[in-house]
Write a protein that binds this ligand. Structure first.
Ligand code: GLA
Length: 700
């Protein structure tokens, strides 16, 4: 009998095993005290048995197997080269325990299989990364390999995950726990708008700021499968892995991607803090971390494929005058790309549009003091392209497959494809001073193949190694490839193709559990939104973009003087605050108002914060309810100021202190218990309330 223990600053994981059996996770929850006698917990984990059960309850091991009597979803499904199902019996060979890792090694010598589960602590965030690896003496086929199986809380009545679609990513859904399996098996070959690879298990009653929540995120861009199952005895298991049948070829070595674990006793916000810290401090490696995040201008929605040098220069000047610091040249600069029917694959500058190459445009942009970024969609190919004429055999899947956005996909597993793309992209990066790539991926794949994802990772890794100063944004028709696998290699995500501030409010709010502000792109779109037809006020559009990594995407020539001034003001506010804001924790506020999406962004030193109270609709009762803040020190006092008081309309009457006074002061306890009375406002608008701790210095 043995118990192994792994502690991060936020959670404890206990593994236990009787004799040589494969270990199980005995405990996965908030950090246990160092003095807790965990050896006793193997015995305490035993549950009652009655008629109708096996005499000895099969363990919910790290990779549960039929041979152990486990009759629910197995942790591994493999076949030998003749197609016979493997039915392994693993026993533990070794457990390597260090202060920051546990590595469990099990084997079935008869079948020549070795199973390894590893757990690594991420020190700064407290997140634990777990993955499984299977090696075989002879080639086998693996249809399913789960990350180390985790027990889900039995004090939860539902779980939470995300569905979505183009322009409406991160649709949160609550799934009731009930007997049997909840399975999502993403066969799109990429992360997808539809399947964000995460699952949350909130205990009954958990809120944004209170209660226990377990969370996992699968760091893989090729599509995942999740199984959340309640067994007949009440135990619940969570399995994650590559989408089933992702390993097309027989092989001897299989590995899952890492599953990132977080546990909170402070509701969803405790999860948000860990994942945001993890992404910002441990996952993303910014080329120039000391450089403030630049305000972006992206020309897609202003010119689409219609590139004209003089016009682009004019747009760049106007964008710069509004506050932009980086100009991103989107789709349309290469091949003969006048619409989306041609040229993907031909990554050379279109001489019709740019007779002297890109340098004149870049010189102009640099002359304004902005940096230059450029769009690629490397993994794709159009039939109308030189590349297709030369290499139709590079296409992934059959040529009679349905097209997506009229395009086909390159087989990224082929070294020749990787080399070609590397050379083509490297040629642009070596010829021109590019500091940013928007890396797009605009269709689902004809098949789900882990080798495709690995090929893309290899290409990204090679480019990163040789062009370390270039930042990369992951885009896939907006948020179709957002996961911790791609974020290990990129620096920003294009959260959605929707620049509609209403849609954005919701998408940003739900994605904040997993994505810190500094890598979540958010742009001010056109007055009439191109993807929803809605017309929203500039102040709202600007404040929504200012809640993440800010940018603009509208044609600046359409702006009225008043709109331009509003945007300039918000952009200047963002720049004044970005140093702490881009490192802040985004905490969500509990309240009763379905029209309100409210976030509090708190600085790392917890002395500064800003509340964004985003109203997407009119509220049900006639006055806004008091908004309770969170994450403040109850014993400190704070000074708060309504930043955008000028947005008060005559219909907003009443003497709310925030509207009447230059600032207000209150203790953290008052603000977190009684809450803030906000002025009445029109819907589709945001109140912005900035707060700071009152220090002893201030009091003198
Ligand atoms: C995708 C992206 C857009 C834009 C277009 C260009 O749809 O999400 O932002 O780059 O491609 O074709």
């Amino acid at each position: 009998m043995a118990v192994w223990r792994l502690d991060s600053k936020t959670q404890t994981l206990l593994l236990g095993a009787i004799a040589e059996e494969m270990p199980s996770v005995l405990y996965w929850g908030p950090a246990l005290s160092k003095t807790d006698d965990v050896q006793a917990y193997l015995g305490l984990a035993k549950i009652g048995i009655t008629g109708g059960m096996l005499d000895d309850l099969p363990a919910l091991s790290l990779c549960p197997q039929r041979r152990d009597g486990f009759s629910a979803h197995l942790g591994l499904r493999g076949r030998d080269t003749e197609g016979r199902l493997l039915n392994p019996k693993f026993s533990t060979k070794d457990v390597e325990e260090t202060p920051s890792s546990l590595i469990v090694c099990c084997a079935d010598p008869d079948l020549g299989l070795t199973y390894q589960a590893s757990f690594h602590v991420k020190e700064q965030s407290g997140v634990i990364a777990a993955r499984s690896r299977l090696t075989a003496a002879q080639p086998i086929t693996v249809d399913w390999l789960s990350t180390p199986v985790l027990p889900a809380s039995q004090a939860a009545d539902h779980m939470v995950d995300y569905a979505g679609r183009w322009c409406r990513e991160f649709q949160e859904q609550a799934i009731p726990w009930r007997a049997g399996q909840y399975v999502r098996d993403n066969q799109t070959g990429r992360t997808g708008h539809e399947y964000f690879p995460a699952l949350l298990v909130p205990d009954i009653g958990a809120t944004q700021s209170h209660g226990m929540v377990q969370a996992v995120h699968y760091g893989w861009s090729g599509g995942h499968k999740v199984v959340a199952e309640e067994l007949p005895d009440g135990r619940r298991q969570i399995q994650f892995g590559h989408a089933s049948y992702s390993s097309q070829e027989a092989a001897t070595d299989f590995e899952t991607a890492p599953l990132y674990l977080a546990v909170s006793e402070q509701g969803y916000n405790g999860i948000a803090i860990q994942y945001q810290d993890f992404v910002r401090q441990e996952l993303i490696t910014a080329p120039t971390p000391e450089r403030p995040r630049p305000v972006h201008y992206n020309c897609w929605e202003s010119v689409y494929f219609d590139h004209d040098l003089a016009e682009l220069k004019d747009i760049a000047e106007r964008a710069h005058s509004l506050g932009a610091e980086r100009f991103v040249l989107d789709d349309g600069w290469f091949g003969h790309r006048d619409d989306d029917t041609s040229s993907l694959g031909d990554w050379t500058v279109d001489p019709r549009k740019y007779p002297e190459g890109l340098q004149p445009l870049i010189d102009h942009i640099h002359g304004l003091g902005m940096t230059f970024g450029i769009w690629f969609e490397p993994e794709m190919i159009n039939e109308r392209s030189d590349l297709f004429e030369a290499h139709p055999e590079w296409v992934l899947g059959d040529l009679d497959q349905p097209r997506g956005r009229q395009q086909l996909v390159l087989n990224m597993a082929l070294p020749a494809v990787q080399d070609y793309l590397y050379q083509a992209i490297a040629a642009i990066l070596s010829t021109y001073p590019v500091d940013y790539i928007k890396w797009d991926h605009n269709r689902i794949l004809p098949l789900s193949d882990a080798a495709q994802t690995q090929g893309t990772y290899a290409l990204l890794d090679r480019l990163r190694a040789n062009f370390p100063l270039v930042e990369i944004e992951s885009c896939a028709s907006g948020g179709g490839r957002i996961d911790y696998g791609i974020l290990e290699r990129t620096h920003r995500v294009w959260l959605s193709d929707s620049n509609d501030a209403l849609e954005r409010t919701r998408i940003q709010y739900h994605s904040s559990l997993f994505l810190p502000a500094m890598m979540t792109g958010s742009h001010v779109g056109p007055r009439d939104c191109h993807t929803s037809g809605r017309r929203l006020d500039m102040t709202f559009r600007a404040w929504i973009a200012a809640q993440r990594h800010m940018g603009f995407e509208m044609d600046p020539r359409e702006l009225s003087d008043e709109e331009a001034e509003s945007l300039r003001t918000v952009c200047a506010w963002w720049k004044d605050n970005r140093d702490w804001l881009m490192k802040a924790h985004i905490l969500r506020l509990d309240h009763q108002d379905p029209s309100l999406y409210a976030e509090l962004h708190r600085s790392m030193d917890q002395k500064d914060f800003v509340v964004f109270a985003n109203y997407t609709d009119t509220n049900g009762q006639i006055s806004p309810r008091p908004l309770r803040l969170t994450g403040l020190n109850p014993d400190k006092r704070y000074r708060l100021k309504l930043v955008n008081k000028q947005e008060l309309v005559p219909l907003s009457m009443g003497e709310t202190a925030l509207a009447m006074q230059d600032h207000i002061e209150a203790s953290g306890r008052y603000l977190m218990t009684q809450g803030l009375n906000l002025p009445w406002r029109f819907p589709c608008g945001a109140w912005v309330i900035q707060g700071e701790e009152i220090t002893d210095e201030d009091k003198k």
